[in-house]
Design a protein. Structure first.
Length: 143
C-alpha cells in the first residue's frame, strides 16, 4: 500500500515520502526501544519477574503495532487514533521503567537510556500526529 504522506523530517527540512509503515521515524525508534527492552528485561532478576517483564515488553511492542495498524487503515483519522495509542504505550513504558528502577532490576543509567528512548519515540509520534492534523492529505482510502 502506498500511503503517499509527505512530511518535513524533524530539524533537517528534508522531505520524505512514507510508503510503508517501516518508513515512519516513530516506528523505527519504537523498534529500537523494543529491542532494548527485550535485551534488558532478559537479564538478572528482571527476567524472573514475569509480570513486569511481560507488561513492559507488551507495551513496547504495542507502540510498533499500533503505528503499523494505523498506517494500514489508509486514512488520517484512523492513523491519528492509532498513533495516539502508540504514544500512550510509550508513556506506559516510561512508567514501568520507574518500577524496574525502584525495585533494582535496572541501573539509573539503564533507566535514563531507556526513558530517553521512549521519550524520543513519543515525541516523534506526537510530531507526526501534529503533521497529520494539519495536512490536506487524508490518506489513500480517500483517493
Amino acid at each position: 500500500m502506498v500511503c503517499g504522506f509527505w512530511f518535513v523530517v524533524l530539524g533537517w527540512g528534508k522531505m520524505a515520502q512514507i510508503e510503508r509503515f517501516e518508513d515512519i521515524q516513530g516506528w523505527q525508534k519504537a523498534r529500537e526501544l523494543t529491542k532494548e527492552i527485550y535485551r534488558i528485561s532478559n537479564q538478572g532478576e528482571f527476567a524472573k519477574d514475569f509480570g513486569l517483564r511481560d507488561q513492559i515488553r507488551r507495551a513496547s511492542v504495542s507502540i510498533m503495532s499500533n503505528i503499523a495498524e494505523g498506517f494500514g487503515r489508509g486514512g488520517n483519522k484512523e492513523l491519528i487514533q492509532f498513533l495516539s495509542m502508540a504514544g500512550a504505550s510509550a508513556s506506559e513504558v516510561q512508567a514501568q521503567l520507574y518500577v524496574a528502577t525502584d525495585v533494582g532490576y535496572i541501573t539509573k543509567e539503564q533507566f535514563q537510556q531507556l526513558f530517553n528512548l521512549a521519550q524520543s519515540t513519543g515525541k516523534l509520534i506526537g510530531g507526526f500526529i501534529r503533521y497529520l492534523q494539519n495536512t490536506e492529505h487524508k490518506g489513500v482510502k480517500f483517493k
